[in-house]
Design a protein around this ligand. Sequence first.
Ligand code: IYR
Length: 224
Amino acid sequence: MPPRDHLPLSGFQARPEAEMRARAEAFHAEIRCRHSLRDFSDRPVPRDIIETCIRAAGTAPSGANHQPWHFAVIGDPEVKRQVRTAAEAEERAFYGGKAGAEWLQALEPLGTDAEKPFLEAAPWLIAIFAQRRGGPEAGLDLKNYYVSESVGIATGFLICALHHAGLATLTHTPKPMGFLNEICGRPDSERPFVLLVTGYPAADATIPRHATIKKPLEEIASFL
Ligand code: IYR
């Protein structure tokens, strides 16, 4: 067995209960205002803000700390146009019947369709890829573990970081998303996980009422 190479925990802050309660409530108040958005403004967002939010996402826990994710950040209007064209082609097939009646009915309250103008309007598209192989450092080709769980958690961190910074997001999943590998130049061993759209809301942005109704605690939690 190799010797354990551990460090003292640093940065963790224990707080008085009243402060914890206030912070938990403040976080809930902030995160409950996050809504998936489909009406984006074309107002630019500085790249360094996106970089910092991705750094925050990169601190997410992952299987064996292999960090099995890649964030391909698209700001070039021509590349965004390519993404929109490819996504809309898939979405036309999806809404044209491929999805099946039950799925299409579930989407009805959202009012979505195959038109995705936000893919060109929003300043940044972040294509998030899940890596089947990799390892804890660049250049390795080891098996990764709990890939979907890890990338899902990192995506959650990224959505929170962007919201906290003052940006809106959409977790967009055109299906299938294989075209993202080609457009972003990512290898076949990486699976497109989510296309995260981010920027400012358009002045007249709306959200579906349906999406604002969240299950109460009693329904989503049980204490044993
Ligand atoms: N990817 C399609 C359909 C879609 C599917 C689900 I599940 C949603 O919650 C929303 C949309 C689209 O983006 O339109």
